[in-house]
Design a protein around this ligand. Sequence first.
Ligand code: SF4
Ligand code: SF4
Length: 311
Amino acid sequence: MSDDIKIEDIPFRSDVIPAILDPNSDIKFNCYKGISCYNACCKHADITLTPYDIIRLKEATGKASTEVLKDHTVPFTMDADGMPGIKLRTTDEGACLFMDEDVGCSIYGNRPTACRYYPLGNLSMKKTDAAHENQHFVLVKEDHCKGHEEDRSINIQDYRKEQGVEDYDKNNLEYFQLILKKKSMGPGVGRPPEMSLQLFFMACFDMDRFRRFALSDAFKQTYKLDEDLYNNIDKDDVELMYFGFRLLRHVLFGEITLPEQEDAYKKRMEERKEIYELRQKIEIERIKQKDPYMSYKLEVESEQENKDSKK
Ligand code: SF4
Ligand code: SF4
């Protein structure tokens, strides 16, 4: 197992402690319509979703991201800093809302990553600066799943192909890198500001709302980006998702991933100065009502500060 990966980093969790496998490992497993436990896994669904899963759920349901989130997901926090995550919504008994007793998964072609991998969990999280992706998997055995008793041995690579996870892996990678980087920074960095957490949620999961934000005049006045890029993110959810990851690296980790308009920094500083001065005036007025000496002192100090800042 790679030094970079720990059991607590596993994105898809189970109560069962798994064994670590590599891509060439064989597993003994089969799942098919008619097996005695058919749908049992979907009646105990605990499915953590990725941004790419949301794009596929949009495709499956024909809904905008805000509606997908409202109708089909529940929020949870991924760490003590309140990083927002989402899971598939279930009934009170834990059954997935997309499960159909007769046909099984009603969104099979667009089912989420964790559903495709089950009973495997994917630990393949390449660090940004690592030369190669370290592929590791875990096999989860739960009592209700009888697929492990079937007489079929299959290589993990072949199982991944069978389940169509390649597109999902490709499009989930940057998201997992982002989470891993945030996690590896440790508690010393502190909790990101509330605005950054909200931006993380919007860019990762509520991408239609994020699109409106990224195409707004205020955004364009801040960042200097090609018109082609704006056209791409307007039309394509996957492009928009990758753009969101770029912006989040900028906001969360201070990486220079997006060029700013030349005067954006200056304008921000001017706006902050105006707000600061306004607050100062309000505070002076408030104190004046209560304490004449303090009001005199503050006015003198404020005047002095203004003179100093003009030097
Ligand atoms: S999305 Fe489909 S495969 Fe996944 S838990 Fe729901 S019904 Fe089962
Ligand atoms: S074999 Fe396992 S994965 Fe397949 S239907 Fe049964 S419980 Fe679900």
